[in-house]
Design a protein around this ligand. Structure first.
Ligand code: NAP
Length: 305
């Protein structure tokens, strides 16, 4: 599933204009190589497996720290950051962690020092997935098993199942998730149309808001919709793009934004309340169409911030 890639990201030594120029060149270079490789992990529209509490946010207060973290991420320092001490280690469970998105996120977050748990409906699939993650995160703390155990044991729970399994899976696990941080990565999509996948209208507004209805005690945060699972698994390459994060719990959102920026070169942006999740989720459908048209792995990069 994983391909060897010979090239390494170039050192980006200078700040400001030089840094931006080098970054932009590297992005272009990687984008060009990616197009050449023509992989379509998130690109196949026929393949359904390919891809509150109201608290006022204070983006202004967080801005200087965020800029510093963004700068670190762009320079590629993230990999060099110290592995958190065990006491500080986050335990992250992936419900449906055996697919491309859960695997890729687990690999990246295990490499940055978190304890990851690959959840599955079967022990066998969890075992296979653990081996894949360990192969890419040899020093990582990687565990796995049934989804319920992961939801019970984790500090942060990611839901990475297909849309048509979202409601049933969360209904089954809501009690185990309790009041934990629940990161919803799911994109509601309908397939079978000759024009490719399309976004679906939901009574709840978005998958993330559906999650909040089903698991009302959980601190639901919506994020990671625009990071391609195939690219995430290529851990020898920096990821590209911004991750827009929305949610109504200030501390939980900050915790998830910190996790985002553990992924090399990826920047977290505060995208407001959970009600904005519908736009993030729908945009992934557009990315899938872009990928098909351009034979690419597109992502999102916000300018002006
Ligand atoms: N792939 C991407 O690049 C990408 C990018 C952004 C967002 N996303 C979103 O992230 C989520 C995961 O994507 P993915 O491509 O990794 O998904 P996937 O491969 O289709 O599914 C992930 C895992 O979910 C479990 N699952 C499948 N059907 C299920 C069901 N009916 N009930 C319970 N569990 C079920 C399976 O694990 P077990 O069989 O082991 O239980 C499967 O390996 C999706 O909602 C997708 O929209 C994906």
């Amino acid at each position: 599933m994983l391909e060897e890639v010979d090239d390494q990201p170039p050192e980006i030594a200078a700040e400001s204009a030089d840094e931006q120029s080098a970054e932009s060149q590297t992005r272009d270079q990687i984008a060009e190589e990616t197009r050449e490789q023509g992989e379509e992990a998130l690109a196949d529209p026929e393949d359904p497996t390919s891809p509150g509490v109201e608290e006022p946010d204070e983006p202004a207060d967080a801005a200087p720290e965020t800029r510093e973290r963004q700068s670190r991420s762009r320079r590629g320092d993230a990999q060099a950051q110290p592995v958190p001490a065990e006491d500080n280690q986050l335990r992250i469970a992936f419900i449906g962690g055996t697919g491309p998105e859960g695997l890729g996120l687990a690999m990246r977050l295990a490499r940055s020092g978190n304890m990851v748990y690959i959840g599955s409906r079967t022990e066998e699939r969890a075992e296979e997935a653990i081996a894949k993650v360990k192969a890419q995160a040899p020093n990582g703390d990687v565990f796995g098993g049934l989804n319920r155990e992961g939801a019970e044991r984790a500090d942060v729970v990611f839901i990475t199942v297909p849309w048509d399994a979202h409601e049933a899976t969360l209904t089954e696990l809501a009690d185990a998730i309790g009041d934990k941080v629940l990161v919803d990565v799911v994109v509601p999509m309908a397939f079978g149309d000759k024009d490719g996948p399309r976004a679906v209208d939901l009574d709840d507004g978005s998958a993330a808001e559906q999650a909040r209805r089903i698991a009302p005690d959980a601190k639901v945060i919506s994020a990671f919709h625009h990071l391609d699972g195939g690219q995430l698994q290529r851990v020898d390459r920096p990821m590209q793009g911004d991750v827009l994060v929305c949610g109504d719990h200030k501390q939980a959102k900050k915790q998830v934004m910190d996790l985002v920026e553990q992924i090399e070169w990826v920047r977290a942006l505060d995208a407001g309340s959970l009600a904005n999740s519908r736009y993030l989720e729908n945009w992934t459908v557009v990315l899938i169409h872009l990928n098909k048209i351009y034979k690419a792995h597109s992502g999102v990069r916000i300018t002006g911030i």
